[in-house]
Structures are given as structure tokens and as C-alpha cells.
Design a protein around this ligand. Structure first.
Ligand code: T4K
Length: 374
């Protein structure tokens, strides 16, 4: 089947407000001549975001990666960090950039998040933290992970890049653990072009994070720590305020598209989809499907190519596993034998396009192409 759609359909498309709605914010910035270093919009966005998310403290960042790096410094994480190989580069690289060693732990077959049953056996005297990822917006098994962290005196720092607005039993998932990192990258459910945040319930930790994201300055003459520069500027903070007004509507549109996929692909043998979890309000950040090549009659990579020929640019998030990359593959925990579920999931995973403005025509084209793929 050749494409009947001439425009490329990417895995995602950024949500943008009408341009005219942003002009008054820009006028204010031009008027104030205050561009960065925690100005008015920065303060207002931090406060409104905390209210929206239902969390105590938010610290805005220029992107999620820097937030992860600074967060590790703020928590004084050293030595070994137990983490998942089924994630984006940032999680593992932040550990490496802090001179720590990632210790890869396998994932659960149902949610693809860190398997709490496998964490304890990886703890050594050098372990200081666990860094799980709520991958695709699926919350990790927090109670179990927190219990392990409490028992062994470890920090629990979540890579919460995918869980903007996700709630479990009416609690914000990004409020769990010692600290959580959110990403507001263009490709995320909620974007500020680039951007990110750290979320915590601990006032003194929030204070330390704010020093660390501004070179360690406590005041004009006092530097209390060897900080970095991770601040979000006024342009993006203002944009975030505008985006906040629209995000619920965007998530509702994503939900409708996800439900369409679920309905129309349900009967295809060899395709496994993820469904809503009990008690969880999801954000429909991604639409991953798991291909069983034998049952589906075509490999994941062949389907990826087939979709591409039809102008559909799906992505193999998160293949290859980060434990397979040159920097990390020499680590003992990176051996595929230690990561059987992650290895299997990474081999079959494919993320189909999902975004708020996806059209019915685009969805039908994708569904038809998948259905006719065998
Ligand atoms: N932790 C996790 C678990 C993460 O997933 C991420 C980021 C982070 C940490 C780090 O957070 P940040 O430092 O990024 O805030 C993309 C994103 O760049 C990355 O933010 C994201 N995860 C990752 C999952 O996806 P790529 O390399 O796939 O992006 P790219 O440029 O290929 O974009 C994907 C598609 O999106 C394009 O084919 C078209 C569309 N697109 C993209 C951009 C940038 C647009 O339509 N407009 C755009 O402006 O990494």
C-alpha cells in the first residue's frame, strides 16, 4: 500500500496556543526588560504550576536534563544509582555526569517500569539512590520502591519526564519520593519549547535546588555551593503560564485518539497495547505497542519501515536499551541476561503517532497501514 497522505505524520507534534494569545506576554517582557534570573513570570509560573499539579514546591529549569543533573547534586547522590535501562538518554547520562555509576535493573512486563522485586539484590555498600522512570506516563510501584529506599537509607529520585498531570488515587505522581523531574520539551504533553522542573515536598531541598540552579548564589556576595546555570527564562515561563490554561483540553484530545487506537487495533493478533491502570488519571503521553513478530507476521522493524513508506514516522522509544550503548555496556549490570524483560520489550516496542491535533484522517491512515501490514 502506498501513502495516500502527502504530509509527514510524525510521532508527535507540539501543542501551541494561537500566536496572538502570546503577544501580550511578550509585550510585558519588552516593557519590563527583565529577561531571566527568576523574574515575575518565573515566580508566577512556579506558583501556578505547583497549584495545578497539586504539589508543594516546584523549581523551574531550562530543560529536564539539567534538572536531573542539579537534582542529583542537591540530594548529594554519590556512588551507585539503581536505574532502568528502558528510558531516554538523559536518565543514564545524568548519573554519569555526576560521576556516579548506573546499575541497571530489569523492568516489569506490564508497565515497563522498574521492577521493585529486582532492586534489593542490586544494592551494595556504594548504593546511595534509586532513579526509576514513570515511562510513557505509567506510574512506578511507588510504595514498594519507597519501602526499599527507607530500609536501606537510599534517596528516591524519580525521572518523571512523562507524567505531567498524571495522578494516582488523586495524588500527583510527581510528588512521590525525595524529588521528581518533569520535562517540558517540545515533544511532551506540556511544553515550554524547552523546559523542565524539579518537584519536592521539602522546603529546605527546594531552597538548595534554587541556589544550585543559579551558580550557588544565596545573595549578591554569597555563593553557598558550586552551582550550575539551569534557570528557565521569562519567555518560557510566560509561555508556560499560557500553556497551563490549555493543557487539560490537550490531554482530553490525546485520550480520545488513544481510545480510537485501542478500539481499532484490539483484534490484531501479535499487537499488545497498554491500557489505563486502576486509580490512575493518565496523560496519554505516548502510544506504545509491543509487536510479537511471530503472531503479527512481521517484525517490529519491518512495520516501522512499512509505516515510513506511508509517511508515518513512528519511533522505537526506547530501543536500543541504554545498557547496550558503548559508554555503559561494559558494566556488569548491563548484561542482557540480567535484563530479560527490558531486552524483550525493547526488541518489540514501537510508538505510534499521538498528539492533541492528530486528525481523524491521520488516525485512519495509521490504523489502516498497521492493519494491512502483514
Ligand atoms: N527523561 C526522559 C524519560 C525523557 O524522555 C526525556 C526526554 C528526558 C529525561 C530529558 O528531558 P529534556 O532535557 O529533553 O527536557 C525527544 C526529545 O528531545 C526528548 O525531550 C524526549 N525525552 C525524547 C523521548 O524524545 P528525539 O531525539 O526523539 O526528538 P526528535 O527531535 O527526533 O523529535 C521527535 C519528533 O517530534 C520529530 O520527528 C518531529 C516532532 N517534533 C520535534 C521537535 C523537537 C516536532 O514536531 N517539533 C519539534 O520542535 O528526543
Amino acid at each position: 500500500m502506498k501513502s495516500n497522505i502527502s504530509e509527514k505524520i510524525f510521532v508527535t507534534q507540539p501543542s501551541l496556543p494561537p500566536l496572538a494569545d502570546f503577544i501580550p506576554y511578550l509585550e510585558k517582557i519588552w516593557e519590563n526588560k527583565w529577561l531571566t534570573n527568576c523574574g515575575e513570570f518565573h515566580k508566577e509560573f512556579e506558583q501556578k504550576l505547583a497549584e495545578y499539579l497539586g504539589v508543594k514546591y516546584v523549581s523551574l529549569f531550562t530543560n529536564g536534563m539539567i534538572a536531573l543533573q542539579v537534582g542529583m547534586q542537591a540530594l548529594r547522590i554519590t556512588g551507585e544509582v539503581i536505574t532502568t535501562p528502558f528510558t531516554f538518554a538523559a536518565t543514564t547520562h545524568a548519573i554519569h555526569w555526576n560521576n556516579c555509576t548506573p546499575v541497571f535493573c530489569d523492568i516489569e512486563p506490564d508497565t515497563f517500569t522498574l521492577d521493585p522485586e529486582k532492586v534489593e539484590s542490586l544494592i551494595t555498600p556504594k548504593t546511595t539512590a534509586i532513579m526509576p522512570v514513570h515511562v510513557y506516563g505509567n506510574p512506578c510501584q511507588h510504595e514498594k520502591l519507597q519501602k526499599i529506599a527507607n530500609t536501606y537509607g537510599l534517596k528516591l529520585f524519580y525521572d518523571a519526564a512523562h507524567v505531567f498531570g498524571v495522578r494516582k488515587n488523586n495524588t500527583a505522581v510527581c510528588s512521590w519520593g525525595d524529588l521528581s523531574m518533569l520535562s517540558f520539551h517540545a515533544t511532551k504533553v506540556f511544553n515550554t519549547f524547552e523546559g523542565g522542573a524539579l518537584v519536592t515536598n521539602d522546603e529546605s531541598l527546594k531552597k538548595r535546588i534554587d541556589f544550585l540552579k543559579n551558580f550557588g548564589f544565596a545573595d549578591e556576595l554569597t555563593v553557598v555551593a558550586p552551582g550550575s546555570n539551569g534557570k528557565m527564562d521569562e519567555f518560557r515561563a510566560a509561555f508556560g503560564l499560557l500553556q497551563l490554561e490549555r493543557v487539560d483540553g490537550e490531554i482530553a484530545k490525546r485520550k480520545a485518539a488513544a481510545e480510537k487506537y485501542r478500539k481499532e487495533l484490539a483484534d490484531i493478533s501479535g499487537i499488545r497495547m497498554l491500557y489505563d491502570l486502576p486509580g490512575v488519571k493518565h496523560n496519554y503521553a505516548y502510544f506504545p505497542i509491543l509487536i510479537d513478530a511471530e503472531k503479527f507476521g512481521m517484525s517490529r522493524d519491518a512495520l516501522y519501515e512499512k509505516l515510513k513508506q506511508n509517511n508515518i514516522f513512528s519511533r522505537r522509544y526506547f530501543f536500543p536499551l541504554y545498557s547496550d550503548f558503548p559508554t555503559y555496556r561494559g558494566l556488569p549490570s548491563a548484561a542482557p541476561a540480567n535484563l530479560p524483560t527490558a531486552t524483550k520489550v525493547a526488541a518489540g516496542i514501537l510508538c505510534l503517532p499521538l498528539y492533541a491535533e492528530i486528525t481523524e484522517t491521520e488516525l485512519q491512515h495509521i490504523i489502516k497501514t498497521v492493519r494491512s501490514a502483514k
